[in-house]
Design a protein around this ligand. Structure first.
Ligand code: GCW
Length: 605
């Protein structure tokens, strides 16, 4: 099968190359770039480019040389000056989490089947996997978790003799690209191995985890560590034994420590069996309630991986207050490249703007790592929609420089990938830059999330989650819509530091994009621009759908400028996006009309 080289050249570095520095030297030579390399091992991932009397010199640690080489290649092709001074990533750990199952399916995957697994075993597809490792290195990712956090059989076998030789082979294949692997493990694994309990304070359980870690590291000494989803959406966890999550994490962290292993512990813990009548429980408060008091209790080889927003990767969320708390704990922000709620790689949704806004409120210095759910699979273009490659590319850029410019990254990606210039370049850049706002406008303007179809999460279903157990309500009735999450309401805003609390607490200072996330407002509520709330909802939907139609027309100007197969794919998906946008507009306008009794004067249905 032929797959996209993305921004790279299709010719691959030979398999004989074993170290990142060797790959770096090969890449630069293949690109025709004369540059001398100096390896200073202490530099790690850092690098510096200097130019003396016309001769280029790249200095860096092993991995630094590789990142420097890719940076040099990009700048060279873009005709940009070399960056001055020593370059270092903002986050030492830049992870990608695959939600891949061993049967070959991918949970929330929209880019084909798993790159790693098929039929309960590893795929023997060295060529493609090496190309993948190279692609990830070229964007700056340095850690990959292979399997789904929802660990299903036979993935427990990833930590025993059944599959460890395969993990070791993959680790060796990724190593020349500076990438280390993680495995998602099940907290209750000791039970499956005939122990009567998985209680983290039980001595036999601790011994079991230590033995298991020793076995894993015998096979894969370079493994970065384990990733755990515990007490979340039906997964086993320490709560079953009356233990808190610091106690739960400690037993695994202790087992990993002698091997230098890291435990990435997810904080996506909430009550997924809520009674919808219960208005006192407010799901966005859950992560903070479960963890904030445990600050300082986690071992230093534990990283808490916290979703960037308090809900679950919705189109728009405020930053998770937990990411602004727990100063004595190592924390990672988790993003979702795979477009579960954001268009499923049918609709365009370029994410970097969201990450920039996030990092304006959550200083990168307070975090030690960044993580994202992968959007890649076995599709020839890797990402389902060819333009969804941008989100992977931009994730790497943001992981190095969280405040990197969205427009610059987008333009660089379009130029490197398709060699565009002039009008076509501007057209593609503009399509992508506006894509998030447009998608938000026809799906969830004003922070009103969770109106998606339950289960698969594509398309509108305004009451779909309203009477379920998932805690994701909007409580729209004939007078008002939204949930009051202020101090006078559920109290959620109290979880924020004063600066953000003040911004969100009052509808007058709360940004429009989050208005109905934080407030319950009547349909006649006067918005800043003089329109009523209901008028604004109708207008946003109509404008969003009209903008999707305009995007479809704009895409047509790229015919001939993009490779034919890429254009055909983008065109077909755009037609589906326009259908989706119209559906959202009509279902939501009808829904609010019936509920409120207030007609949309501009365009009655
Ligand atoms: O958003 C939800 C998804 C689940 C996912 C879960 C999680 C892997 O719908 O499919 O499970 O988040 O992040 O654990």
């Amino acid at each position: 099968m032929v797959w996209d080289a993305c921004w790279l050249t299709p010719r691959m570095p030979p398999e004989a190359l074993r170290t990142p520095a060797q790959v770096a030297a090969w890449e630069l030579a293949a690109e025709g770039l004369a540059c001398s390399l100096t390896c200073v091992p202490d530099w790690g991932e850092r690098f510096a480019l200097t130019e003396a009397s016309g001769a280029l010199c790249l200095t860096g640690g092993e991995a630094g040389l590789l990142y420097g080489a890719y940076q040099l290649m990009q700048r060279h092709r873009l005709g940009q000056p070399w960056p001055k001074g020593v370059q270092a990533p903002a986050f030492a750990l830049r992870m990608l989490n695959h939600w891949d199952n061993m049967d070959g399916t991918v949970e929330r995957g929209y880019a084909g089947r798993s790159l790693f697994f098929q039929g309960g075993a590893f795929r023997a597809d060295t060529a493609r996997l090496r190309a993948y490792a190279r692609l990830l290195a070229s964007v700056g990712v340095n850690a990959v978790c292979l399997n789904n956090v929802n660990v299903a059989p036979p993935a427990q076998g990833l930590t025993d003799d059944r599959f460890l030789p395969d993990v070791a082979a993959l680790a060796a294949l990724f190593a020349p690209f500076g990438i280390r692997l993680l495995l998602a493990v099940d907290f209750a694994m000791p039970l499956a191995d005939a122990l009567p309990t998985a209680d983290p304070l039980d001595a036999d359980v601790a011994a079991w985890w230590s033995a298991r870690a020793a076995l894993v590291y015998r096979h894969v000494p370079t493994l970065l560590g384990f990733l755990v989803k515990a007490d979340s959406e039906g997964r086993p966890g320490p709560y079953a034994y009356g233990r808190d999550h610091a106690q739960g994490a400690a037993v695994l962290a202790h087992a990993l420590r002698p091997h230098g292993g890291v435990l990435v512990w997810r904080c996506f813990v909430y009550n997924c069996k809520q009674d919808w009548r219960d208005k006192a429980t407010d799901r966005p408060m859950a992560a903070y309630e479960n963890y904030a008091a445990l600050d300082g209790h986690f071992a230093d080889n534990v990283i808490l991986q916290i979703k960037h927003g308090p809900f679950d990767f919705q189109v728009r969320e405020p930053p998770s207050p937990l990411l602004l708390a727990m100063p004595a704990t190592r924390k990672a922000a988790e993003f979702q490249l795979t477009q579960e709620y954001t268009g499923q790689q049918v609709d365009l949704y370029a994410m970097q703007g969201m990450w920039r806004e996030f990092f304006a409120d959550v200083p990168p210095k307070g975090l030690c790592a960044i993580s994202a759910v992968a959007n890649t699979g076995r599709d020839p273009c890797w990402t389902g929609h060819p333009f969804a490659q941008l989100n992977l590319f931009a994730y790497g850029a943001a992981a190095w420089q969280p405040r990197a410019s969205f427009a610059h990254t987008t333009e660089a990606w379009a130029r490197l990938t398709y060699g565009l210039a002039g009008k076509p370049l501007a057209a593609l850049r503009d399509l992508l830059l506006q894509s998030r706002d447009v998608y938000e406008r026809y799906t969830a303007p004003l922070g009103l999330c969770w109106m998606v179809n339950p289960g698969h999460h594509y398309g509108p279903s305004p009451m779909g989650y309203e009477y379920t157990a998932w805690g994701t309500y909007h409580r729209a009735d004939h007078t008002a819509v939204g949930i009051d999450r202020t101090a006078a309401g559920t109290g959620y805003t109290r979880q924020y530091p004063a600066r953000l609390r003040a911004r969100y607490e009052n509808p007058v200072t709360c940004p429009d994009t989050l208005l109905l996330f934080f407030h319950r407002l009547p349909y006649a509520y006067p918005m800043r621009d003089g329109r009523t709330l209901i008028r604004r909802i109708y207008d946003d939907k109509r404008l969003g759908a009209a903008q999707a139609e305009a995007m479809q027309a704009a895409l047509q100007t790229l015919r001939g400028a993009l490779p034919a197969a890429t254009f055909a794919l983008a065109e077909a998906r755009m037609a589906r996006q326009v259908e989706n946008a119209r559906e959202w507009r009509d279902v939501l306008c009808d829904f609010f009309h019936r509920l409120s009794g207030i007609a949309d004067e501009n365009q009655p249905l």
